[in-house]
Design a binder for this molecule. Structure first.
Ligand code: BES
Ligand code: ZN
Ligand code: ZN
Length: 474
């Protein structure tokens, strides 16, 4: 992260990212440097160039203003990520964004790319000497709205917090720790946080959450967050639900280690996105009433861990034949989605690292989305997803898929057949809803094994920028 500032001043002795449609030397580079840049850009019709000038880092990006808007914004963010690296390599403390185009949102996208790319998770590595020197990104344009700069800072901070939560392993962040971090964020940003302990969860008969927790020494938690400004535009609240499996071993249906269990500290990425979105919404004081629900536990094979074949009674009274303890996310989410009914929501959105099938279908580039939300709600979500480039790929949600969940001895099974695994997971969850509902399976983009532009290796914080944009545009 780096702080984003707005200043209408630029000098020739600073690190610069210049965004332009055609290079014009408006910031005092000496003729020699100017001539060099012009000559270089002519060569092979180059679209970007970096130049080190008296120890300063200058990066020029030539954009095509006619390009698709979402793709253009993303191109700028990704280029800006390389600038963050360049400035850090030069031990620079600041970088100016100088946008010569009329598209003021490109300045914001550039600042966002730099700030998000500057993230580091190094507090467990005190010996690390090369922590980033870059501290501030300065937007050197007056046509950028200060409110937008403020919101961007908030959202980058929220993404960084979500990444931190995902990157903390389960020996450091268990369900109780996760709830405590939500309490902390509630205090800082100004939203209400209530945490149910195991006794309260048992009293409420959250059978799904208790079943998943049965193999663990650590207690489950159920966190309720609420942000309700007096001036809220919506009568009925929006409800966000996040999968908070702080670690998924698969339970008795144990996962293999390589490329599977070894990444499963990320299984609370949905919960992190929900908590950090609440943080961002409250900090930015958006005029919107939102409730966040997070059922949390680890999934382990100890003690009386639920055994494949068990029949579980969920909070709504329905029964589930649990045939695979690795399909645990839907068990805890089913209870949370049932709990959400009491709010009579305008729309409920859940975020969950739910299925390997979603990852197999679209990889790490996007989110698998599906649900019963109305066309307008879906359209808005999809538009936001392209604005921030956390793109949603819509999967079908046909009722045929329910057949795959039929059980001879219970209301449904917790696994479908060999195909359409992401969809059957969504159809399982739908049974616990009686309101407009949208399911975001973030298994692919939540955690990546190699850096990708402004997304660092590890937790990406996916979902926060998407939801903030969605609520901001409400
Ligand atoms: N947490 C996993 C899904 C996952 C996979 C998240 C890869 C992130 C990356 C989930 O609990 C799971 O194990 N799902 C099973 C469901 C199956 C048993 C029906 C899966 O996808 O294999
Ligand atoms: Zn699992
Ligand atoms: Zn899981």
């Amino acid at each position: 992260m780096a702080e984003i500032l707005l200043k209408n001043k630029i000098t020739n002795s600073t690190n610069v990212l210049l965004i332009t449609t055609k290079f014009v030397n408006e910031f005092g580079l000496p003729d020699k440097v100017n001539d060099y840049i012009v000559a270089q850009l002519k060569q092979e019709d180059k679209k970007s160039l970096t130049y080190n000038y008296i120890g300063k880092y200058v990066s020029i990006l030539i954009i095509d203003p006619k390009k698709d808007r979402a793709a253009l914004l993303e191109q700028v963010r990704r280029h800006a990520a390389t600038v963050a690296d360049g400035v850090n390599a030069h031990k620079g403390a600041e970088v100016y964004i100088y946008n010569q185009t009329r598209l003021s949102e490109l300045s914001l996208a550039a600042a966002e790319g730099v700030s998000l790319a500057n993230y580091q998770f190094i507090h467990h590595k005190p010996s690390q000497k090369n922590s980033n020197t870059l501290k501030s990104v300065i937007i050197a344009n007056t046509n950028v709205n200060p409110t937008k700069v403020n919101e961007l800072n908030i959202v980058c901070k929220a993404v960084s917090r979500a990444r931190n939560l995902v990157n903390e392993p389960v020996n450091i962040l268990n369900a109780t720790d996760l709830s405590n971090s939500f309490k902390q964020m509630g205090k800082e940003a100004g939203f209400k946080v209530e945490v149910f302990n195991k006794a309260k969860i048992a009293e409420l008969k959250m059978g799904g959450l208790l079943a998943v927790n049965a193999g663990s020494v650590d207690e489950p938690t159920f966190t309720i967050m609420e942000y309700k400004p007096k001036t809220a535009k919506n009568k009925k609240p929006y409800v966000l639900v996040g999968k908070g499996v702080v670690y998924d071993t698969g339970g008795l249906s144990l996962k293999p280690t390589p490329n599977s269990m070894d990444m499963m500290k990320c299984d609370m990425a949905g919960a992190a996105a929900v908590g950090c979105t609440m943080y961002a919404i409250a900090k930015a004081k958006l005029n919107i009433h939102v409730i966040g629900l997070v059922p949390a536990t680890d999934n382990r094979p100890g003690f009386n861990a639920f055994a494949p074949g068990d029949i579980i009674t969920m909070m709504d009274g329905s029964t589930v034949e649990m045939l695979n303890s690795d399909a645990e996310g839907r068990m805890i989410l089913g209870d949370a989605l049932h709990y959400a009914k009491r709010y009579n929501p305008e729309l409920t959105i859940d975020l969950a690292t739910l299925t390997g099938a979603a990852m197999a279908a679209i990889g790490t580039s996007g989110i698998a989305g599906m649900g019963t939300a109305n066309a307008r709600q879906k359209e808005k979500l999809h538009a936001s997803s392209f604005n921030v480039y956390e793109r949603i790929a819509e999967l079908p949600f046909w009722d045929d898929y329910n057949d795959l969940l039929k059980s001879d001895i219970a209301d449904q099974k917790n696994i479908g057949g060999p195909y359409a695994g992401a969809i059957t997971a969504g159809k399982f969850l739908e049974k616990f809803t009686n309101y407009p509902y949208y399911h975001l399976d973030i298994a692919g983009p939540a955690f990546i094994t190699a850096r990708d532009g402004y997304r660092p290796k590890g937790g990406t914080g996916v979902g926060v920028r998407l939801l903030f944009d969605f609520f901001k545009n409400k």
